[in-house]
Design a protein. Structure first.
Length: 75
């Protein structure tokens, strides 16, 4: 998933990067406790208005979906 156009101002000037803390920001589902690590959060920024949009790493999404499937919940 990527952000090609700003949903707020329709600009196509989109910059991609990471939101930083001491390291990359990651998302960890409550459904995937230890030993599962989180998925990195990739972020896109509109260079005209500053709107940001973030996506979780695709491999981590697959881990969450697999966990849901093994728990017998609809995917
Ligand atoms: Zn914008």
């Amino acid at each position: 998933m990527t952000m090609e156009t700003c949903p707020k101002c329709s600009s196509s000037k989109i910059e991609v990067g990471w939101i930083l803390s001491a390291g990359k920001i990651a998302f960890r589902s409550d459904r995937l406790p230890y030993p599962f690590t989180g998925g990195n959060v990739r972020t896109y920024v509109c260079l005209d208005c500053g709107y940001t949009e973030s996506y979780i790493d695709a491999k981590y999404l697959e881990k969450i979906k697999s966990k849901l499937a093994s728990d017998g919940e609809p995917s």
